[in-house]
Design a protein around this ligand. Structure first.
Ligand SMILES: Cc1ncc(COP(=O)(O)O)c(C=O)c1O
Length: 392
């Protein structure tokens, strides 16, 4: 008989009942160190007192009001995002997938209103943009699209790192935009080098293409800048955000320049819950904490230490690990052992990590983790690797 919850997930037999900071408590009382953070969602850890306060203050006043009316926390969060980024305007969603939907619609409408027939968006092999019809069409992997045809047209997927293919594709007359994650998450923590992001921006400018960045996983302080593209000194035309911006409360956003967004007039898009007062009250607090130079400097410092520690683990367990890659606190351990075995061995040490493609184990701790918790995670990973070696 089919389970009462549709069985689309391969779930570990772990059920957490509470959390605090970088720790989660299993129903049997075991305490797990959480280096997955809900896949880069709990950016400020579990039960963060500032976020709990922001949420409960708002909950006592107003839970929901339709976008038929003005919503003060939504306006405040939009102003904060515009102040802190390249963007002139923001639309709020409830997830990364919804942000993808709007980014695609915005790029299409931009062309339509200019009377141009350039609907195609270039995407990249290994990318992940969500599970909606547009999201799976954009990522174009067989794993996600098989059986779900007809697939939404208008996407052309390019090989990763193939400059010649990209240059040729960008010059095609039906191409209107490029969509890319500055650091691929699900694809195996693959950062786009800064000079390549700069090159992409130049290519977009040369051909009049919109540059759409998917910062759903790598944004909101994860790499040590508020948004990852800042490292390359470029800015996109449209950016997808979600995950960390809500710190665990469902919240997403699409940020855009005025030029890219101007076709999105009243009635062209909407959402019942997008920009909900509860979500935006939490989002404002997340921004207050993370969009702060001192906070981001700490992320960079801790990221350097974690990376160094992981390099040490690669050196001491050459049969288990191959290399460390990533940016900031979005790090990947490319494995020689099966990454799923490494994640499983982590569970044995009460440490949570997340597998990704390309046989990588992702480390995505809360951005405000303590030095002591970082050391503890390295100790537990070391023990997990030793346990795997002993099994071989
Ligand atoms: C880069 C990227 N884009 C989009 C998404 C989809 O976000 P959501 O699961 O919130 O719909 C994800 C989720 O993992 C992601 O990592």
């Amino acid at each position: 008989m089919i389970p009462t919850v549709l069985p689309t997930y391969n779930r570990a037999p772990l059920s957490f009942v509470s959390g605090e900071g970088s720790w989660l408590v299993e129903q049997d009382g075991r305490r797990f160190l959480d280096f997955g953070a809900g896949i880069a969602v709990n950016a400020l850890g579990h039960a963060n007192p500032d976020l709990v306060q922001a949420l409960t203050d708002q909950a006592g006043k107003l839970w929901h009001v339709s976008n038929l009316y003005q919503i003060a926390p939504q306006q405040r969060l939009a102003d904060m995002l515009v102040d802190a980024t390249f963007a002139d305007t923001v639309f709020f969603t409830n997830s990364g997938t919804e942000s993808c939907e709007l980014a695609v619609k915005m790029a299409r409408k931009y062309r339509h209103d200019r009377g141009e027939d350039r609907p195609v968006i270039l995407t990249f092999e290994g990318s992940f943009h969500g599970r909606s019809s547009a999201g799976i069409a954009a990522a174009a992997s067989e794993k996600m699209t098989k059986g779900f045809g007809p697939i939404l047209p208008g996407f052309r997927s390019l090989p990763w790192g193939d400059h010649d293919a990209l240059t040729a594709a960008a010059a095609q007359p039906d191409v209107g935009a490029i969509l890319i994650e500055p650091v691929q998450g699900e694809g195996g923590i693959r950062p786009v080098p800064d000079h390549c992001l700069k090159g992409l921006r130049d290519l977009c400018d040369e051909h009049g293409l919109l540059l759409i960045l998917d910062e759903v996983q790598c944004g909101v302080g994860r790499t040590g800048k508020l948004f990852a593209h800042e490292w390359a000194g470029i800015s996109p035309d449209i950016m997808m955000v979600a995950k960390g911006i809500g710190g665990g409360f469902p919240l997403g956003a699409v940020l855009a320049t005025e030029a890219a967004a101007q076709a999105m007039t009243a009635g062209t898009h909407g959402s019942t819950y997008g920009g909900n007062p509860l979500a935006c009250a939490v989002g404002c607090k997340v921004m207050e904490i993370i969009a702060d130079d001192a906070f981001l400097a700490e992320v960079i410092r801790k990221a350097g230490q974690l990376r160094q520690g992981l390099e040490g683990l690669v050196a001491s367990h050459p049969d288990i690990f191959e290399e460390v890659r990533g940016a900031g606190l979005m790090l990947g351990l490319k494995c020689k052992a099966a990454n799923t075995d490494v994640v499983q061995a982590g569970y044995g040490q009460e440490l949570l990590t997340v597998p990704a493609a390309d046989n990588v184990v992702r480390l995505l701790p809360p951005l405000n983790l303590s030095d002591a918790d970082m050391k503890e995670a390295l100790t537990r990973l070391d023990a997990a690797a030793s346990a795997l070696e002993a099994d071989e």
